[in-house]
Design a protein around this ligand. Sequence first.
Ligand code: PEP
Ligand code: MN
Length: 340
Amino acid sequence: MLIVMNETAGQAQIQKVMDLLKRRGLEGRRSTDLARTVIAVTGETGSLDPRELRAMDAVQEVVRISEPYRLAGRSFRPDGTEVDLGGGVSIGGKAIVLMAGPCAVEGPEQIERIAGAIARCGAWVLRGGAFKPRTSPYSFQGLGEEGLRLLRDAAGRHRLRVVSEVMDAGQVGLVSEYVDLLQVGTRNMQNFSLLKELGRCRLPVLLKRGLSATLEEWLLAAEYIMAGGNEKVVLCERGIRTFDNATRNTLDLAAVPALRKMSHLPVVVDPSHGTGQRDGVVPMARAAVAAGADGLLIEVHDAPEMALSDGAQSITPEQFSELVRQLRVIAPAVGRTVAG
Ligand code: PEP
Ligand code: MN
């Protein structure tokens, strides 16, 4: 249920509504934009009579929403949400945010070279896995905390923000010490204890789409984090499993405009895991921006054939540089900008 206050509603009137919800054992979550305040009621609202709410001062409208997600739904924040990563970077504004770097941090020189290269091209966020969710237990599992430290140091030298994956609830504290954006990988989209822990966290979360998740399941995963108190969620489309195996995954770019209608959360696209093929990354990155994505997450490696993970889908710094040049042409055509 959503309670829409009218434009003249003051603090006292809003508080009265919040108090009523509390007395009924429910929680109201406020969202205020330039025009008005919307209160989303979380919890079981069956016993709440909309007529009672409608009769209250400054209440304009009470809407029962049919979607199971409430805080992630578009009607909660009709104007959309910008998620602030600090350092002047936010996702969901006019500027498209480029996040790039290797699949995994492999060592100090590797991450330093790649950080320098992507920063020179105009990227704002350095990616790199330190805890890697590999399909095989025998594959490189990442450098752990040492990887996070290398990532943070390299990012600091090039004034970049940092995104890295957190694999389980027990790791959230540690990873939070080093990153600006906590990545939840596709395999963990429905790891509910992880999502609940992230709900208690102050850092923004990059929530990747589950390997075979519907948009509704994905938004409900976002709802877990938001219901826990952390409303800073960015969605990342990274391809899904389909019958076709010509590409590693099927990048669902139609999800971008669909999510735009369903949710106010920013949406970014990962064309690297979405295609699994170096040659597919640049065309799909261009298409993602044309489709309205708020940012891109791209694997870049300066020696992809030597990479310890995902070399086949990593583009070189030169290819990344050329991509950014092309995005500077595409973005303005859809009302956006690219930094640098
Ligand atoms: C990654 O970003 O390196 C990664 C493991 O992504 P995903 O969870 O989408 O496979
Ligand atoms: Mn990867």
